[in-house]
Ligand binder design. Structure first.
Ligand code: 5GP
Length: 190
């Protein structure tokens, strides 16, 4: 997606060979027009696949997920990282190792919102080693729902997540595929 690549080139900050900072438009300040275009692109790519729900992880997945849900006309569920006082019922839970925070935490979705009739599209901001994606897939399986695929805003293709999801047979659509962050530069696959 050309507009996204251009935005990453202009406003992304390479923090290390492993980490790209995009808090100017995705992870802190949000560019609504770009998010809308991202939602439209995911909706186009997954058109006709029978998606009934979008699932993402709080907080940075919510903006692209909501735009996609708006355009596809389906609800969006964000997995919660901290059990809240209002989530008192039985929950679908998975453990996730956070790439950026470098610790394990639990993420949860209420089975009131996700069930065996659902065909789910996972949306997330980044794909690195795939821990977040695998945790969301586990929750979707616990719910008895099926997976249409994963829509990723920025994939770091040199980390393990994409290859693992491919090997598991899941459909992954990434809007920007980063092949390297070496020498402080962002290089794209295509
Ligand atoms: P994974 O679970 O695939 O290892 O990492 C994906 C999660 O870690 C994403 O939900 C995202 O929040 C965060 N993440 C991974 N790599 C980066 C990165 O380079 N920059 C930022 N800002 N977040 C990242």
């Amino acid at each position: 997606m050309h507009a996204l690549q251009q935005k990453i080139r202009e406003e992304g900050i390479v923090l290390s060979e492993q980490v790209l900072k995009v808090d100017a438009f995705l992870n802190h300040q949000i560019d609504p027009q770009l998010m809308h275009a991202i939602g439209a692109e995911f909706a186009r790519r997954f058109e006709g696949t029978g998606v009934t729900k979008i699932v993402t992880l709080e907080a940075s997945g919510i903006a692209p997920a909501v735009m996609t849900g708006l355009i596809m006309g389906v609800p969006v569920i964000f997995a919660r990282k901290h059990a809240s006082l209002t989530l008192t019922e039985h929950l679908l839970v998975a453990e996730v190792y956070s790439f950026t925070k470098q610790h394990n935490s639990m993420v949860a979705i209420s089975p009131r919102h996700l069930g065996a009739d659902d065909h789910v599209l996972i949306i997330d901001d980044f794909l690195a080693n795939g821990r977040a994606a695998q945790a969301l897939i586990s929750i979707i399986q616990q719910a008895g729902a099926t997976l249409a695929g994963l829509g990723i805003v920025i994939e770091k293709s040199f980390q393990a997540g994409r290859a693992e999801l491919d090997a598991q047979g899941y459909r992954v659509e990434s809007l920007a595929r980063v092949s390297s962050l070496a020498s402080g530069r962002v290089t794209f696959l295509d």
